[in-house]
Structures are given as structure tokens and as C-alpha cells.
Ligand binder design. Structure first.
Ligand code: 5GP
Length: 216
């Protein structure tokens, strides 16, 4: 019986499942900055750290930005089913460790995935309702070109390749649940936070019958 007669004693305790927030974009649309800002501002969402065969860029930390792996180690993970999704992007392999995602979901924790359209498709197929896909578009092709040219962490050949592949990535924007045109980082961050707030409140959520706080 409830100690407080005003509370309905059949009130269920609800436990939210973690959401799997995927953000994709062509290189240079500002996705990495948005992801970093979101992770700084929101303690309840954590980055899903991917495995990659790409060499680390200056400043990147193994285990924080990526798990940097050899091709042989990547293939071992892929072949043993340890990757929830994987894809080849710009001649390198990238994949999402399955165990990290399961742990986060079990704890009702939200995860952020900075992955490409191939990964977004695979994740949506496998994880269904828990996946929320957001596509970040640059405000214009000109702006995209300028942002890519301003980056000097990669060789000109790599930058040219990324420009060529940007339109192929953009072709998939309509497969996403939300689209943000990133003309202004603060404005885009606000939109991203609004999407997350709405998705966190969206049903169905798990109903916990035992351990209801109102049924003492
Ligand atoms: P970068 O090498 O610039 O960090 O990433 C290149 C591309 O690979 C980006 O579009 C990024 O979103 C994507 N990517 C990073 N990790 C993963 C992953 O685990 N799976 C997939 N499918 N794509 C990834």
C-alpha cells in the first residue's frame, strides 16, 4: 500500500532506454565540432569510440577519439562478430564495438555515433527503435569547399578525395530522421539538443513493474 493516499498505487516506475544518436555528414560540414560541443555540455551522452585502421592524426588520443588498430586486429574483430557495424571509408576501415553499445543500452545511457551513412543504415537495421539519425548539411557547396581547404591535417590528395566523396555522402541525407543545416554552430547545437530532449521523452519506454517507488 502507498503511504501517500493521493498517489495512485498502480503508478508504474519507468526506466528510459538509452538512445543511439547517429550523426553523419560529409567531411567539412562541422560535425566533429558539434559532436565535441554536445559531449562537453551533456553529461548523459557518451561517444561510441570506433575502431579504425586509419593512422592517428596529430592530437588524437587512442581510446578517446578512436581505438587505432592494425588491419589484422580489425579483421579479427569483424570476423568474430565484435563489431556491430563496420564500413570502409576513404580506404580505411571503421567499426563500432558491439559490447560498448550493449553496456550503454543496459545502463539506460545515451550514445553518440559519429559514423557514415553505411554505418547509420546498419545500426538502424540492427537496433531499430533505439536509433535516432541526424544528418548535418553544410550551408552550401562553397562553404563546404572552404572548410575542407582550411583543414591542413590531411594531404591535398586526401582533401580532394573527400570533396569528391562529399556529394556521395550528401545523397543519403533523406534516409535520416532529422536534418540540420549547419550555418551557425550555436544554432545547430541548440537544434541538436532539442532533438535529443524530444527523443528522450518519446515512448515506448520500458515499464518496470517491480520496485515501483510509489508502492512501498
Ligand atoms: P575520419 O577519418 O575523418 O575520422 O572519419 C571518416 C569518416 O568515417 C567519417 O564520416 C566518420 O563519421 C566515419 N566513421 C568513423 N567511425 C565510424 C564507424 O565506426 N563506422 C562507420 N560506418 N563510419 C565511421
Amino acid at each position: 500500500m502507498s503511504n501517500n493516499p493521493q498517489l495512485p498505487h498502480a503508478m508504474p516506475a519507468v526506466q528510459r532506454r538509452g538512445i543511439l544518436l547517429v550523426i553523419s555528414s560529409p567531411s567539412g560540414a562541422g560535425k566533429t565540432t558539434l559532436a565535441r560541443r554536445l559531449l562537453e555540455d551533456d553529461d548523459d551522452i557518451h561517444l561510441s569510440v570506433s575502431v579504425t585502421t586509419r593512422p592517428a592524426r596529430p592530437g588524437e588520443i587512442d581510446g578517446k577519439d578512436y581505438h587505432f588498430a592494425t588491419m589484422a586486429a580489425f579483421e579479427d574483430m569483424r570476423d568474430s562478430g565484435a563489431l556491430l557495424e563496420w564500413a570502409t571509408v576513404f580506404d580505411n576501415c571503421y567499426g563500432t564495438p558491439r559490447a560498448d553499445v550493449q553496456n550503454a543500452l543496459d545502463q539506460g545511457q545515451d550514445l553518440l555515433f559519429d559514423i557514415d551513412w553505411q554505418g547509420a543504415q546498419q545500426l538502424a537495421e540492427k537496433m531499430g527503435h533505439d536509433v535516432v539519425r541526424v544528418f548535418i548539411l553544410p550551408p552550401s557547396a562553397k562553404a563546404l569547399g572552404e572548410r575542407l581547404a582550411a583543414r591542413n591535417q590531411d594531404s591535398p590528395k586526401v582533401v580532394a578525395g573527400r570533396m569528391a566523396k562529399a556529394s556521395a555522402e550528401i545523397d543519403h541525407w533523406a534516409e535520416y530522421d532529422y536534418v540540420i543545416v549547419n550555418a551557425d554552430v550555436e544554432d545547430s547545437l541548440d537544434k541538436l539538443k532539442a532533438i535529443i530532449a524530444a527523443e528522450r521523452a518519446r515512448g515506448p519506454i520500458a515499464v518496470v513493474k517491480d520496485g515501483c517507488p510509489f508502492q512501498q
